[in-house]
Ligand binder design. Structure first.
Ligand code: ADP
Ligand code: MG
Length: 419
């Protein structure tokens, strides 16, 4: 190990990108021996992190053009590459650092290199191999496996840029507003159907990436959901806590998962599917962000899951988009917003189930899991609001009441006796 530039930078490994620019793997900058290493694009001559404009992202895209290969402890996976010119910061709210290259590709430098296996590489590989067109076409990725690592860590990904993309926390809210204001649910039925088809295509493309559910899986879904409720009860306070505590027994009952699901098919699911992960540009809809469930350590995120987990996440997020509208523009009648949101969710679920059936993959959906997973998501949102974003609390507060008192009519549930 050598200290470079700053006494705080301990370099574990180095991948030369182009003359003068490297991709470093550095030890946890806080000196924590158990902390995760960080990938750092690096300007060697100046001993500093490369910023957008230093062309480290351009160099990474060029490196992909040379194909997949192993370079020491680094693994380069390439599906596409090109000589592109110019790069700029993405300038949006982001966890990791994304850089737009040549107005065609997006390089995402991971903030930390968590212990693998990371879910994105196998998901992107499966989706690419099966020709799934509903995600920005992946260009490639870089992984690194340290001497003590059981699996590779993800350092960076490269995708096609979707120009003028808007995410669903904007477009889904706009669509609910448009439906209410026009007095017609046509607009939300259209976008709900587009979302349903997109998610069904995603799941059909992922068929065969998992295995059959074991008794331990089924027990874990129930136990995890109960743990999410317990956690939410522990971290909330004030009215949010009172509301949740008053309904806790009911929630616990409805989080239960039927034992008959042992043997049902599981897939590498998206794991963090919500309207914000769907980008829209014109009439193109794409699903992004295969980083998996953010509240689970990366190495556990490749555990196969029921497709219903993603379906529930998306359905619940549509209703959350409607609460966002209600909160920020409170003049519209609540009943009208609710009707638009119900029509949206219902179009999503109906089209999802029909499309999955049409693709010969109907067995992937266990409708009996949708409601428990929606409730579990709401428990997680209580925790998220309490620990990260108190002003979000109105969303799970509204959601818990609506889910318990006016359970949505899920058309997908019509086909089953288990409710
Ligand atoms: P992070 O892990 O930093 O949250 P994401 O992959 O979720 O990164 O992307 C952050 C934001 O960047 C997304 O919400 C979206 O608005 C935008 N974005 C991501 N990928 C693309 C893409 N391929 N084309 C256009 N915009 C994108
Ligand atoms: Mg994200």
């Amino acid at each position: 190990m050598t200290a470079v530039g700053s006494p705080h930078v301990v370099v574990l490994d180095r991948l030369p990108l182009v003359a003068g620019l490297d991709l470093l793997v550095v030890a946890d900058p806080d000196g924590d021996p158990h902390g995760d290493p960080r990938p750092v694009p690096w300007v060697a001559a100046e001993g500093r992190r490369a910023e957008p404009g230093d062309h480290a992202a351009v160099a990474l895209v060029a490196l992909l053009a040379e194909g997949s290969r192993q370079v020491g402890r680094f693994r380069v996976t390439s599906w596409q590459g090109a000589a592109l010119v110019g790069e700029r910061s993405f300038g949006v709210d982001q966890t990791n650092e994304s850089v737009v290259v040549g107005e065609r590709a997006v390089v995402k430098w991971m903030r930390v290199a968590e212990p693998g296996p990371h879910p994105a590489p196998p998901m992107l590989a499966a989706l690419t191999a099966r020709g799934f067109a509903g995600t920005p076409r992946p260009w490639g990725l870089i992984e690194w496996q340290g001497p003590d690592d059981a699996a590779p860590r993800l350092l960076a990904t490269v995708d096609t840029l979707l120009k003028d993309a808007v995410d669903g926390w904007t477009w889904a809210v706009d669509d609910v507003r448009a439906a209410v204001d026009s007095g017609s649910t046509a607009v939300v039925e259209e976008s709900g159907a587009r979302l349903g088809a997109l998610v069904a295509d995603l799941h059909a493309a992922l068929a065969g990436t998992g295995r059959a559910a074991t008794a331990a899986d089924v027990a874990a879904w129930g136990a995890d959901a109960t743990a999410d409720l317990t956690q939410a009860l522990a971290v909330t306070s004030g009215p949010a806590h009172d509301l949740l505590a008053a309904r806790a027994e009911e929630v616990r009952r409805r989080l239960a998962v039927p034992d008959r699901l042992v043997g049902s098919p599981l897939i590498l699911a998206h794991g963090d599917l919500h309207v914000g992960q769907v980008l829209r540009a014109g009439d193109t809809y794409v699903v992004t962000d295969f980083d998996g469930n953010p509240v689970v350590p990366a190495g556990q995120r490749t555990t196969p899951q029921p497709a219903a987990l993603d379906v529930a996440g998306m359905a619940q997020s549509i209703t959350h988009a409607a609460y966002v509208l209600r909160k920020h523009e409170p003049d519209r009648p609540v009943a009208d917003v609710r009707a638009a949101s119900d029509a949206f969710v219902s179009a999503f679920l109906t089209t999802y189930a029909e499309r999955l059936d049409g693709l010969g993959a109907a067995e992937l959906l266990e409708p009996a899991l949708i409601e428990p997973f929606r409730l579990r998501q709401v428990c997680r949102e209580f925790t998220y609001a309490a620990t990260h974003l108190p002003r979000w609390s109105y969303v799970p507060e509204a959601a818990i009441v609506d889910l318990l008192d006016e359970p949505p009519h899920d058309p997908a549930l019509d086909h089953t006796e288990n409710r």
